[in-house]
Design a protein around this ligand. Structure first.
Ligand SMILES: [Cu+2]
Length: 338
Protein backbone atom coordinates (compact mmCIF):
# COMPACT_ATOMS: atom_id res chain seq x y z
CA UNK A 1 0.00 0.00 0.00
CA UNK A 2 2.66 2.45 1.06
CA UNK A 3 5.04 1.50 -1.70
CA UNK A 4 2.31 2.12 -4.27
CA UNK A 5 1.71 5.55 -2.79
CA UNK A 6 5.43 6.35 -2.80
CA UNK A 7 5.75 5.16 -6.40
CA UNK A 8 2.84 7.36 -7.39
CA UNK A 9 4.42 10.38 -5.70
CA UNK A 10 7.80 9.73 -7.36
CA UNK A 11 6.12 9.43 -10.74
CA UNK A 12 4.24 12.64 -10.12
CA UNK A 13 7.41 14.46 -9.02
CA UNK A 14 9.40 13.48 -12.08
CA UNK A 15 6.74 14.66 -14.49
CA UNK A 16 6.46 18.00 -12.66
CA UNK A 17 9.89 18.94 -13.94
CA UNK A 18 8.27 19.94 -17.23
CA UNK A 19 6.22 22.74 -15.67
CA UNK A 20 7.34 26.34 -15.20
CA UNK A 21 7.23 29.45 -17.27
CA UNK A 22 8.01 33.12 -17.43
CA UNK A 23 6.61 36.62 -17.79
CA UNK A 24 4.72 37.11 -21.04
CA UNK A 25 4.29 40.87 -20.61
CA UNK A 26 3.72 43.62 -18.09
CA UNK A 27 1.03 46.22 -18.63
CA UNK A 28 0.27 49.64 -17.16
CA UNK A 29 -3.10 50.85 -18.40
CA UNK A 30 -3.07 50.35 -22.16
CA UNK A 31 0.74 50.22 -22.40
CA UNK A 32 2.29 46.75 -22.69
CA UNK A 33 5.95 45.78 -22.34
CA UNK A 34 6.91 42.28 -23.46
CA UNK A 35 8.89 39.92 -21.28
CA UNK A 36 12.27 38.82 -22.64
CA UNK A 37 12.97 35.77 -24.77
CA UNK A 38 14.76 33.61 -22.23
CA UNK A 39 16.09 31.24 -24.87
CA UNK A 40 17.53 33.55 -27.48
CA UNK A 41 19.27 36.74 -26.44
CA UNK A 42 19.21 38.07 -30.01
CA UNK A 43 15.43 38.41 -30.07
CA UNK A 44 14.44 42.03 -30.81
CA UNK A 45 12.15 42.16 -27.79
CA UNK A 46 15.14 41.65 -25.50
CA UNK A 47 16.28 45.14 -26.52
CA UNK A 48 13.08 46.78 -25.30
CA UNK A 49 11.99 44.70 -22.31
CA UNK A 50 11.86 45.96 -18.73
CA UNK A 51 11.75 42.44 -17.26
CA UNK A 52 15.02 40.73 -16.41
CA UNK A 53 15.71 37.27 -17.85
CA UNK A 54 14.59 34.42 -15.59
CA UNK A 55 15.73 30.82 -15.53
CA UNK A 56 14.74 28.71 -18.49
CA UNK A 57 12.25 25.82 -18.28
CA UNK A 58 14.99 23.27 -17.66
CA UNK A 59 17.37 23.05 -14.72
CA UNK A 60 17.63 25.39 -12.98
CA UNK A 61 14.02 26.33 -13.61
CA UNK A 62 13.33 27.92 -10.22
CA UNK A 63 15.00 28.67 -6.89
CA UNK A 64 14.87 25.86 -4.29
CA UNK A 65 15.34 25.91 -0.52
CA UNK A 66 19.07 25.13 -0.74
CA UNK A 67 19.45 28.52 -2.42
CA UNK A 68 17.22 30.54 -0.07
CA UNK A 69 20.42 31.92 1.45
CA UNK A 70 22.01 32.79 -1.90
CA UNK A 71 21.68 36.52 -2.51
CA UNK A 72 22.56 36.28 -6.16
CA UNK A 73 19.97 33.63 -7.04
CA UNK A 74 17.30 34.88 -4.66
CA UNK A 75 17.39 38.50 -5.76
CA UNK A 76 16.51 38.01 -9.44
CA UNK A 77 17.07 34.38 -10.50
CA UNK A 78 20.58 34.93 -11.79
CA UNK A 79 19.88 38.34 -13.33
CA UNK A 80 21.09 40.42 -10.39
CA UNK A 81 23.96 41.69 -12.52
CA UNK A 82 22.13 41.42 -15.85
CA UNK A 83 19.60 44.25 -16.00
CA UNK A 84 16.96 44.64 -18.68
CA UNK A 85 17.46 47.56 -21.10
CA UNK A 86 14.25 49.48 -20.32
CA UNK A 87 11.97 50.63 -17.54
CA UNK A 88 8.18 50.80 -17.42
CA UNK A 89 6.64 54.10 -16.41
CA UNK A 90 4.00 53.85 -13.68
CA UNK A 91 2.54 56.46 -11.37
CA UNK A 92 2.70 56.02 -7.61
CA UNK A 93 -0.66 54.61 -6.50
CA UNK A 94 -1.24 53.01 -9.90
CA UNK A 95 -1.34 49.30 -10.73
CA UNK A 96 0.76 47.27 -13.11
CA UNK A 97 -0.32 43.83 -14.27
CA UNK A 98 2.09 40.94 -14.74
CA UNK A 99 0.98 38.24 -17.19
CA UNK A 100 2.61 34.85 -16.71
CA UNK A 101 3.03 32.28 -19.44
CA UNK A 102 3.54 28.53 -19.00
CA UNK A 103 6.55 26.93 -20.64
CA UNK A 104 4.33 24.03 -21.63
CA UNK A 105 0.77 23.79 -22.93
CA UNK A 106 -0.62 21.56 -20.17
CA UNK A 107 -3.34 24.04 -19.29
CA UNK A 108 -3.82 25.62 -22.70
CA UNK A 109 -7.54 26.10 -23.29
CA UNK A 110 -8.38 24.11 -20.16
CA UNK A 111 -11.43 24.95 -18.02
CA UNK A 112 -10.76 27.34 -15.15
CA UNK A 113 -7.85 29.20 -16.73
CA UNK A 114 -9.65 32.42 -17.52
CA UNK A 115 -10.28 31.61 -21.20
CA UNK A 116 -6.63 32.27 -21.92
CA UNK A 117 -5.71 30.64 -25.23
CA UNK A 118 -3.38 33.14 -26.94
CA UNK A 119 -0.44 31.47 -25.16
CA UNK A 120 0.06 28.86 -22.45
CA UNK A 121 -1.46 29.64 -19.05
CA UNK A 122 0.67 29.36 -15.91
CA UNK A 123 0.80 25.69 -14.95
CA UNK A 124 0.67 25.53 -11.12
CA UNK A 125 -2.30 26.31 -8.90
CA UNK A 126 -1.01 25.96 -5.35
CA UNK A 127 1.26 28.58 -3.91
CA UNK A 128 2.00 32.09 -2.68
CA UNK A 129 2.50 35.34 -4.55
CA UNK A 130 4.87 37.96 -3.09
CA UNK A 131 5.71 41.45 -4.31
CA UNK A 132 8.83 43.24 -3.11
CA UNK A 133 10.42 46.48 -4.21
CA UNK A 134 13.83 48.11 -3.95
CA UNK A 135 15.22 51.42 -5.10
CA UNK A 136 17.64 51.19 -8.04
CA UNK A 137 19.45 54.18 -6.49
CA UNK A 138 19.33 55.75 -9.90
CA UNK A 139 19.32 53.82 -13.15
CA UNK A 140 17.68 50.36 -13.04
CA UNK A 141 19.27 49.42 -16.36
CA UNK A 142 22.68 49.32 -14.66
CA UNK A 143 21.57 48.30 -11.16
CA UNK A 144 23.17 45.26 -9.51
CA UNK A 145 20.45 43.88 -7.23
CA UNK A 146 22.59 41.25 -5.49
CA UNK A 147 22.74 43.00 -2.12
CA UNK A 148 19.58 45.05 -2.43
CA UNK A 149 17.30 45.44 0.57
CA UNK A 150 13.77 44.40 -0.39
CA UNK A 151 10.59 45.90 1.00
CA UNK A 152 7.42 43.81 0.75
CA UNK A 153 4.46 45.70 -0.70
CA UNK A 154 2.00 42.79 -1.06
CA UNK A 155 1.65 39.09 -0.40
CA UNK A 156 -1.03 36.43 -0.68
CA UNK A 157 -1.21 32.87 0.60
CA UNK A 158 -4.47 30.97 0.83
CA UNK A 159 -7.76 32.84 1.12
CA UNK A 160 -10.15 30.88 3.33
CA UNK A 161 -13.08 33.09 2.35
CA UNK A 162 -12.89 31.77 -1.21
CA UNK A 163 -12.88 28.42 -3.00
CA UNK A 164 -11.15 27.30 -6.18
CA UNK A 165 -13.51 27.03 -9.15
CA UNK A 166 -14.81 23.56 -9.91
CA UNK A 167 -13.36 23.94 -13.40
CA UNK A 168 -9.80 24.62 -12.26
CA UNK A 169 -10.04 21.92 -9.57
CA UNK A 170 -10.97 19.39 -12.26
CA UNK A 171 -8.29 20.67 -14.63
CA UNK A 172 -5.61 20.24 -11.95
CA UNK A 173 -6.86 16.70 -11.25
CA UNK A 174 -5.92 15.87 -14.83
CA UNK A 175 -2.33 16.92 -14.07
CA UNK A 176 -0.11 14.98 -11.65
CA UNK A 177 -0.74 17.70 -9.03
CA UNK A 178 -4.32 17.65 -7.73
CA UNK A 179 -5.43 20.71 -5.79
CA UNK A 180 -5.34 20.86 -1.99
CA UNK A 181 -7.44 21.42 0.01
CA UNK A 182 -9.27 18.75 -1.98
CA UNK A 183 -12.64 20.17 -0.98
CA UNK A 184 -14.10 23.16 0.81
CA UNK A 185 -12.74 26.70 1.08
CA UNK A 186 -9.16 27.72 0.49
CA UNK A 187 -8.12 29.62 -2.65
CA UNK A 188 -4.36 29.70 -3.14
CA UNK A 189 -3.07 32.97 -4.60
CA UNK A 190 -1.64 31.04 -7.51
CA UNK A 191 -5.02 29.46 -8.32
CA UNK A 192 -6.56 32.91 -8.23
CA UNK A 193 -3.89 34.06 -10.67
CA UNK A 194 -4.56 31.16 -13.07
CA UNK A 195 -8.32 31.73 -12.88
CA UNK A 196 -7.90 35.38 -13.83
CA UNK A 197 -5.95 34.53 -16.99
CA UNK A 198 -2.52 34.04 -15.36
CA UNK A 199 -2.45 37.73 -14.45
CA UNK A 200 -1.50 39.46 -11.20
CA UNK A 201 -1.94 43.10 -10.26
CA UNK A 202 0.63 45.02 -8.26
CA UNK A 203 -0.20 48.44 -6.86
CA UNK A 204 2.67 50.87 -6.36
CA UNK A 205 2.32 52.57 -2.96
CA UNK A 206 0.96 56.09 -3.41
CA UNK A 207 3.36 57.49 -0.83
CA UNK A 208 6.49 56.26 -2.62
CA UNK A 209 8.78 58.95 -3.93
CA UNK A 210 9.39 59.18 -7.67
CA UNK A 211 12.39 57.38 -9.08
CA UNK A 212 13.49 54.07 -10.53
CA UNK A 213 12.65 50.87 -8.70
CA UNK A 214 12.98 47.17 -9.20
CA UNK A 215 9.94 45.01 -8.45
CA UNK A 216 10.69 41.49 -7.27
CA UNK A 217 7.49 39.67 -8.15
CA UNK A 218 7.67 36.12 -6.86
CA UNK A 219 5.53 33.03 -7.30
CA UNK A 220 6.16 30.23 -4.81
CA UNK A 221 4.63 26.95 -5.97
CA UNK A 222 4.13 24.33 -3.25
CA UNK A 223 2.85 21.28 -5.16
CA UNK A 224 6.00 19.21 -4.58
CA UNK A 225 6.58 18.99 -0.79
CA UNK A 226 10.11 18.91 0.54
CA UNK A 227 11.81 15.65 1.45
CA UNK A 228 15.47 14.59 1.58
CA UNK A 229 15.75 15.25 -2.16
CA UNK A 230 17.17 18.78 -2.58
CA UNK A 231 15.10 19.29 -5.74
CA UNK A 232 11.86 19.19 -3.75
CA UNK A 233 10.13 21.89 -1.74
CA UNK A 234 8.74 25.27 -2.77
CA UNK A 235 9.66 26.42 -6.26
CA UNK A 236 10.34 30.15 -6.44
CA UNK A 237 9.78 31.89 -9.77
CA UNK A 238 11.22 35.38 -9.45
CA UNK A 239 10.51 38.08 -12.00
CA UNK A 240 12.40 41.36 -11.60
CA UNK A 241 10.68 44.24 -13.37
CA UNK A 242 12.29 47.66 -13.77
CA UNK A 243 10.04 50.63 -13.10
CA UNK A 244 10.18 54.37 -13.43
CA UNK A 245 7.77 55.61 -10.77
CA UNK A 246 6.31 59.04 -11.47
CA UNK A 247 4.03 61.41 -9.53
CA UNK A 248 5.47 60.03 -6.34
CA UNK A 249 4.72 60.83 -2.74
CA UNK A 250 7.05 61.99 -0.01
CA UNK A 251 8.31 58.69 1.42
CA UNK A 252 11.36 56.61 0.70
CA UNK A 253 11.66 52.92 1.44
CA UNK A 254 13.12 51.47 4.62
CA UNK A 255 16.42 49.59 4.35
CA UNK A 256 14.51 46.37 3.63
CA UNK A 257 15.61 42.75 3.82
CA UNK A 258 18.26 41.20 1.62
CA UNK A 259 16.88 38.36 -0.47
CA UNK A 260 19.06 35.78 1.28
CA UNK A 261 17.21 36.52 4.53
CA UNK A 262 13.61 36.42 3.31
CA UNK A 263 12.90 32.74 3.97
CA UNK A 264 14.47 29.99 6.06
CA UNK A 265 15.69 26.88 4.20
CA UNK A 266 14.15 24.73 6.92
CA UNK A 267 11.30 26.93 8.13
CA UNK A 268 7.55 26.41 7.98
CA UNK A 269 7.34 27.81 4.48
CA UNK A 270 10.06 25.51 3.09
CA UNK A 271 8.29 22.59 4.76
CA UNK A 272 4.78 23.38 3.52
CA UNK A 273 3.20 20.00 2.83
CA UNK A 274 -0.14 20.25 1.06
CA UNK A 275 -0.23 16.45 0.67
CA UNK A 276 0.05 15.73 4.39
CA UNK A 277 -3.08 14.46 6.14
CA UNK A 278 -2.40 17.10 8.79
CA UNK A 279 -2.32 19.96 6.27
CA UNK A 280 -4.62 22.70 7.51
CA UNK A 281 -5.11 25.48 4.98
CA UNK A 282 -6.43 27.79 7.68
CA UNK A 283 -3.05 27.60 9.44
CA UNK A 284 -0.89 28.52 6.47
CA UNK A 285 1.36 31.44 7.46
CA UNK A 286 2.65 33.80 4.79
CA UNK A 287 6.46 33.91 5.07
CA UNK A 288 8.79 36.84 4.80
CA UNK A 289 8.72 40.33 6.27
CA UNK A 290 5.60 42.38 6.97
CA UNK A 291 4.05 44.52 4.26
CA UNK A 292 5.37 48.08 4.23
CA UNK A 293 3.05 50.54 5.90
CA UNK A 294 3.88 53.17 3.29
CA UNK A 295 5.22 55.46 5.99
CA UNK A 296 8.29 54.03 7.73
CA UNK A 297 11.57 54.49 5.95
CA UNK A 298 11.60 58.21 5.85
CA UNK A 299 10.28 61.45 4.53
CA UNK A 300 11.86 62.75 1.38
CA UNK A 301 13.78 65.94 2.01
CA UNK A 302 12.98 68.24 -0.87
CA UNK A 303 14.99 71.11 0.57
CA UNK A 304 18.71 71.73 0.46
CA UNK A 305 19.46 71.07 4.12
CA UNK A 306 20.37 67.40 3.73
CA UNK A 307 22.98 67.43 6.51
CA UNK A 308 20.45 67.94 9.26
CA UNK A 309 18.28 65.24 7.77
CA UNK A 310 21.09 62.68 7.75
CA UNK A 311 21.91 63.26 11.40
CA UNK A 312 18.26 62.75 12.35
CA UNK A 313 18.20 59.36 10.67
CA UNK A 314 21.50 58.33 12.21
CA UNK A 315 19.91 57.99 15.62
CA UNK A 316 17.53 55.39 14.19
CA UNK A 317 20.30 52.83 13.69
CA UNK A 318 23.20 51.83 11.47
CA UNK A 319 21.46 50.50 8.39
CA UNK A 320 18.88 53.24 8.36
CA UNK A 321 21.65 55.81 8.62
CA UNK A 322 23.47 54.25 5.71
CA UNK A 323 20.29 54.31 3.67
CA UNK A 324 19.60 57.90 4.63
CA UNK A 325 23.07 58.98 3.56
CA UNK A 326 22.56 57.26 0.25
CA UNK A 327 19.24 58.98 -0.17
CA UNK A 328 20.70 62.33 0.61
CA UNK A 329 23.16 61.77 -2.19
CA UNK A 330 20.40 60.94 -4.65
CA UNK A 331 18.44 63.95 -3.39
CA UNK A 332 21.44 66.09 -4.14
CA UNK A 333 21.63 64.66 -7.63
CA UNK A 334 17.93 65.18 -8.21
CA UNK A 335 18.21 68.72 -6.91
CA UNK A 336 20.74 69.56 -9.59
CA UNK A 337 18.26 68.79 -12.34
CA UNK A 338 16.52 71.84 -13.86
CU1 LIG B 1 6.97 24.45 -12.66
Amino acid sequence: MHSILIAAILLASSSLVLGHGQVNRVTVGSIANSGPNQYWAGDAKNKVTATRVMYQASSPAYVLYDDFTDNSKMSCEGSAKSPAPRTISVAAGQELTVYWQGATGELNGQPGTGSLTAYNPWVHAMGFVFDYITSCNGDCTTFDSTNAGWTKIAHAGIDMTQTISNDLRQTMKNKPEPYYPSSGPGLWAMAKMVQQGSAWNIRIPASLESGQYLIRHELAAVHNPKNSDPTTGPQLYIACIQLDVTNGGDRFLPAGTQSNALYLPNGAFANTNVLSSSFNPAKVVIPGPAIWDGVSGGVVNRGVNTTEYVSEERSAGGSAAKHAVHHSRSRARVNRLP
